[in-house]
Design a protein around this ligand. Structure first.
Ligand SMILES: Cc1ncc(COP(=O)(O)O)c(C=O)c1O
Length: 356
């Protein structure tokens, strides 16, 4: 029997997607070949990557001047590659310190350019998104972590600024519709909302790419290289792209991004309502910034916490232990998480009787 997996990523996908992925690994479209043994340049695979690209374009309604890239190295690589491509040697970018992944972005960007940290939520242990700050005139773009996976806080409205946003959307990509025109670069690794580990989808607004930068970007890191080669400059991780295609088809068949958003809100509301109702638990983030993808909460004492973790594991719930810097629990509910699993967890919270 399948477990209810609330892991923050790699995360669960719908059973039917895992089944189709498993079938193709053995025999892709009755070709007598595994999807993993055909060339990334074979027409069969080119069709796969082209369909995945056109589904991303369709779901986000991307204008022509956006390019969709499929790159290896995870979102972590993009934390450096985005500033490398967008900033000249003396340029600066701005960022709000919202948590773990903002700090990683600050470290990565500082190796390349000047970074203005506008405000930090560290004083309140990253339980909220700072919203009162001033943008310096020289910032070329504002980096946002649209959903801080570890602390469970999310931008429900993006900051109104007159420079492009560069967004690390690793944990909320394809989870709601977006006004893409405000963004210069959007990137997300696949293993949370749309696939398995190994591939990162990068949306590049070509209008923001500098024309004559004084930085020589190494060819392999240059977005232009991958735009010109349709992401086939190197051997793209073919199987992760194929699984992403299956998830993109699944998202479209469900009704697209508005439906993903409705499902996310329904799943997370059910859980947050129980967290707020049940005297044994409490939410960690402030309500207005709570993430609909990663719900972080605590029990009333460490003792109750360890009893509830044990109770979860006896009842087929896995992956809900919080990250060490935050503690407590974190229930991750990405696109592939079924409502039934959230209902199961909420029922466990209701039934749970700690021995005090
Ligand atoms: C918001 C965010 N950004 C970046 C990353 C890093 O992604 P990767 O491990 O694929 O490099 C993660 C991973 O969990 C994340 O949650």
């Amino acid at each position: 029997m399948r477990k209810h997996n609330f892991s923050p990523g790699p995360a669960t996908l719908p059973q039917e997607v895992f089944q189709q992925a498993a079938d193709a690994l053995v025999d892709f479209n009755h070709s007598g070949l595994s999807i993993a043994e055909i060339s990334h340049r074979a027409p069969e695979f080119v069709q796969v990557i082209e369909e995945a690209t056109s589904l991303v374009r369709e779901l986000y309604q991307l204008p022509d001047y956006f390019e969709v890239l499929w790159l290896p190295g995870g979102a972590s690589t993009q934390l450096a590659v985005a500033p490398m491509n967008l900033l000249g040697l003396n340029d600066s970018m701005a960022i709000v310190d919202t948590g773990f992944w903002a700090l990683r972005s600050i470290d990565a960007a500082r190796e390349l350019a000047q970074v203005h940290v506008l405000e930090s939520a560290s004083a309140t242990h990253y339980d909220r998104i700072p919203k009162a700050w001033n943008l310096p005139a020289d910032a070329k773009y504002l980096h946002v972590v649209s959903n801080e996976t570890i602390e469970g806080i999310q931008y429900h409205e993006y900051p109104q600024v007159d420079i492009p946003l560069v967004a690390d959307m690793t944990s909320d990509f394809l989870s709601k519709p977006l006004d893409v025109d405000r963004f210069g670069i959007i990137f997300a690794s696949a293993q949370k909302n749309f696939g398995i580990a190994g591939i990162t989808c990068v949306l590049v607004n070509t209008k923001v790419l500098p024309v004559n930068s004084d930085r020589k970007v190494p060819t392999i890191w240059d977005y232009q290289t991958h735009i010109q080669n349709q992401s086939l400059y190197y051997t793209v991780p073919t199987y992760p792209v194929y699984v992403a295609l299956l998830m993109l088809r699944w998202i479209k068949a469900q009704g697209g991004l508005r439906e993903m958003q409705n499902q996310s809100v329904a799943k997370s509301s059910l859980l947050y309502d129980e967290i707020d109702r049940n005297p044994l638990f409490e939410g960690i983030a402030v309500k207005e910034d709570r993430s609909v993808l990663n719900a972080c909460f605590r029990a009333i004492s460490p003792e109750v916490e360890s009893q509830f973790l044990e109770y979860c594991s006896q009842n087929d719930v896995v992956g809900i232990k919080g990250f060490p810097t935050v503690g407590g629990f974190r229930a991750s509910m990405y696109n592939g998480m079924a409502m039934e699993s959230v209902q199961h967890l909420v029922q466990l919270m209701k039934n749970f009787k700690p021995s005090l």
